[in-house]
Design a protein around this ligand. Structure first.
Ligand code: PAF
Length: 280
């Protein structure tokens, strides 16, 4: 495995690919969700292709500096996992190296970014679009893998690729869960002892809501009520940041579920904000 730490070294190693070059962009603190992406990437890369994992806690996608400072970092362990899983390259730039000091251009998305998570996280998705654009330009992968847990992020990246005409295949990776149903996230390790056993209530609520839909209910209000009731009962200390039933493509709220839709939610347990979703 080769570790590349500067934009320059990436440019030397990555050229318009003749064999598959699969990128997995991460912010580190790698867990089984990332491992499943690496395993998929290895398959897609085949014998002649390469897998590259970027590990970069992107400062410009955090709206609160406290969140950035407390984001879990475990580079040594992450590198060991990548080595073990047969990753070919890891890209681990410092922020000073990655971004010019007088950087003055951002990539912004103007339709999906203000909804759901974007409503309370000003600038977050512009930060994501900017870092991903730079990674795509530096690395020039043939495909990139993103987790479906971040449904909105995945939808925005698909727009980025479509609207800026990147010839990069975007692959969604199904959410990996604890046996309790809790979606794996590097934020889970920040849950208190009391909250950890309550957090699976998010998944339970989503499954109950989907059951209702599967039994013929089409009113999004009634479907979402099912989730709220369950969370109130099973995890009374939690706080819903948002809970919406949205069109699967444009992420706009829908009243009647008469087309492909997603229930997306963000829930606070103390200071820890967890997201999850379910496709209807
Ligand atoms: O999902 C994440 O971990 C980040 O938002 C990403 C895609 C690596 C961009 O920094």
């Amino acid at each position: 495995m080769i570790q590349l730490q500067s934009n320059q070294s990436i440019k030397q190693h990555c050229h318009p690919a003749t064999a598959p070059l699969i990128l997995i962009p991460t912010m580190g603190a790698l867990h089984a969700g990332h491992f499943s992406m690496i395993t998929k990437a290895k398959k897609l890369a085949g014998e002649h292709g390469c897998v590259i994992v970027s590990i970069f806690v992107n400062p410009i996608q955090f709206d609160r500096s406290q969140d950035l400072d407390s984001y879990p970092r475990s580079l040594e362990q992450d590198l060991a996992h990548c080595e073990r899983l047969g990753v070919d390259y890891v890209f681990t730039p410092s922020s000073e190296e990655f971004y010019e000091e007088d950087r003055s251009i951002d990539v912004s998305e103007s339709a999906l970014s203000s909804l759901l998570c974007g409503a309370t996280r000003a600038g977050h998705f512009n930060g994501v679009c900017t870092v991903i654009t730079k990674l795509f330009n530096l690395i020039q992968p043939t495909a990139a893998i993103f987790g479906e847990k971040d449904y909105q992020q995945l939808a925005i990246i698909r727009r980025l690729v479509r609207d800026l005409s990147y010839q990069i295949e975007i692959i969604g990776q199904p959410t990996v869960r604890e046996t309790s149903g809790l979606a794996l996230s590097s934020r889970n390790q920040k849950l208190s002892e009391d909250d950890l056993p309550l957090a699976p209530a998010i998944r339970e609520g989503l499954l109950l809501a989907k059951d209702l839909y599967n039994n013929g209910e089409r009113s999004s209000d009634r479907i979402l009520s099912k989730f709220r009731l369950h969370l109130d009962k099973a995890a009374p200390s939690s706080n819903i940041d948002y809970l919406e039933c949205v069109d699967a493509e444009n992420l706009l709220k829908i009243k009647d579920v008469d087309r492909p839709a997603v229930i997306a939610t963000a829930v606070f347990f103390g200071q820890v904000r967890l997201i999850d979703n379910i496709i209807l």
